[in-house]
Design a protein around this ligand. Structure first.
Ligand SMILES: Cc1cc2nc3c(=O)[nH]c(=O)nc-3n(C[C@H](O)[C@H](O)[C@H](O)COP(=O)(O)OP(=O)(O)OC[C@H]3O[C@@H](n4cnc5c(N)ncnc54)[C@H](O)[C@@H]3O)c2cc1C
Length: 461
């Protein structure tokens, strides 16, 4: 391995920490420093909704590792330091601490893991007190403070993506009346509308008012409350507003150093996580992500991906030759009693990518119905009808119905480019409390094959 005397990493979250740990594992003599702008290295921001719901009682428990755990690995932490400039020719980064003190830090190799920031849609009044975002630990402290100090009774959540949905669940648990507003026709538009409708029904059954097809245009103060105004005459009054309309890559620092940007203004990287500038790598929510099925880069920010990309960058920064294997966009979210998951491509995405997709939807018990607690799983499987490879799967079921692990079976099959037919050959486990002799995964695959086996393909039908 090429020796790297000093590896500097900007960003102390999933990507940055993974890079540092991998580098230390492979090259213990390399000096590794992580620079991060806040005081919360290696915190699980994915857990913020569960802290705000009260299910996680102490925010400190959200730390994947403590500062001591990290420094014990021989990694230096420079907390509360914001990198303000990168000088690639001098191989130096300028960082400023909270008192304005500047540091000039030399590197041999640099990993940029600056993550993403919340999207701020152009809504008039979005800066008003009582309007919140959720990305950082400090965002969650602000929401928690508001909940404790003002005891709000109602909230409007703008955005029906996974963070908006998790927060609807969390704030119902905290006793608030929740209105969820989504501009698309169904919530959770990362799954097909038939599954999105199931999520809406679950929200409504818990008392959440769901308004779809609405674009929020303005927020105004109305006494002690906030009036939220949207398209189609939508109006709602609430004690607080949470805006959760997605994230965008944080790339200003990289761009001003001459680092090239790619898809969605994320940092352009190759599969070794190298940028266009020698000795500068990047990983996580600030970069574009190689999609294994599409065979091209897109923007797909996820914690799982950030860990893998960070590990790849860390390995290569100390002289390795690793390649990021690519994402399938596998994800899962829990909304009240439901778990909703997906992997790979949906029908419309597959068509757009030039496949000839065929999707079936089926409903199957998650375990033997004679054993208590059985629920139906709704599964959608997409395969290519010309040649039979699996292209994607989506699933909704009870949160104790192994939805996440079942979508992972599909994800593993996709990773290995299996044909839908071949899912029936997998040797999966079975006992009545957990499954059926034919698990719902191969059962759905069989339905797909019966309906549209490539071997019986007779042209367009
Ligand atoms: C509420 C919520 C729930 C989520 N749930 C899930 C989930 O269930 N599953 C999933 O896979 N993903 C989930 N995600 C997404 C996941 O958290 C991100 O994909 C992941 O955190 C990305 O890690 P990262 O290291 O790339 O960047 P980030 O976590 O964004 O971290 C960026 C780091 O860079 C530092 N930084 C930025 N700029 C500078 C600078 N100029 N100088 C110094 N330091 C800087 C920051 O302080 C931070 O340490 C969730 C995200 C949120 C907000």
């Amino acid at each position: 391995m090429t020796h790297c005397a000093h590896l500097l990493i900007i960003g102390g979250s999933d990507a940055g920490i993974s890079a540092a740990l991998r580098a230390k594992e492979l090259a213990p003599s390399t000096e590794v420093t992580i620079l991060l702008s806040d005081n919360f290295p290696n915190f699980s921001i994915c857990g913020l909704p569960f802290f705000l719901s009260g299910e996680v009682s102490d925010w400190r428990n959200l730390a994947h590792r403590t500062k001591d755990d990290i420094t014990r690995e021989g990694i230096q932490l420079l907390i509360n330091h914001t990198a303000t400039a990168i000088h690639p020719t001098e191989k130096a980064v300028i960082a400023v601490d909270t008192k304005g003190q500047k540091k000039h830090i030399h590197y041999d190799r640099l990993v940029i893991g600056t993550g993403a920031v919340s999207r701020r849609p152009s809504i008039q009044g979005i800066e008003l007190p009582g309007v919140y975002f959720l990305r950082w630990m400090t965002d969650s402290f602000a929401v928690q403070k508001h909940l404790i100090e003002y005891n709000p009774q109602s909230v409007v959540i703008v955005g029906g993506g996974y963070i908006g949905l998790e927060m609807a669940d969390a704030l119902v648990l905290r006793g608030l009346r929740v209105t969820l507003v989504e501009h698309s026709a169904t919530v959770l538009k990362t799954v097909d509308p038939s599954l999105g409708e199931m999520v809406s029904a679950e929200l409504q059954s818990r008392g959440v008012a769901v308004a779809t097809g609405i674009s929020i245009e303005a927020i105004q103060e109305k006494g002690n409350q906030l009036l939220v105004i949207g398209s189609n005459g939508f109006e709602a009054i609430a004690d607080m507003v949470l805006v959760a309309v997605g994230a965008k890559p944080s790339t200003q620092l990289a761009e001003s150093a001459g680092v090239e940007l790619g898809f969605g203004n994320a940092i352009r990287v190759n599969r070794k996580m190298e940028t266009n500038i020698p000795d500068i790598y990047a990983a996580g929510d600030c970069v574009e992500t190689w999609h294994r099925l599409l065979q091209k880069s897109i923007y797909l920010p996820l914690g799982t991906t950030a860990h893998k990309q960070g590990r790849t960058a860390g390995e290569n920064a100390v002289g390795g030759n690793a390649e990021f294997a690519g994402s399938l966009g596998t994800q899962v979210v829990k909304v009240f009693e439901l778990a909703i998951a997906r992997t790979g491509l949906r029908d419309s995405e597959a068509s757009e990518a030039g496949f000839d997709p065929m999707t079936i939807e089926s409903e199957i018990w998650d375990h033997k119905v004679y054993y208590p607690g059985a629920h139906k799983l709704r599964i959608r499987v997409t395969g290519d009808r010309r040649s039979g490879p699996l292209l994607g799967a989506q699933m909704v079921g009870h949160y104790q119905g192994e939805v996440a692990k079942r979508i992972d079976i599909f994800a593993t099959a996709l990773f290995h480019q299996m044909e839908v037919d071949k899912l029936s050959d997998l040797d999966l486990s079975y006992t009545p409390p957990f499954s059926n002799p034919w698990d719902p995964v191969p059962m759905t695959a069989q339905t797909w094959s019966q309906r549209f086996s490539p071997y019986s393909y007779k042209g367009d039908t």
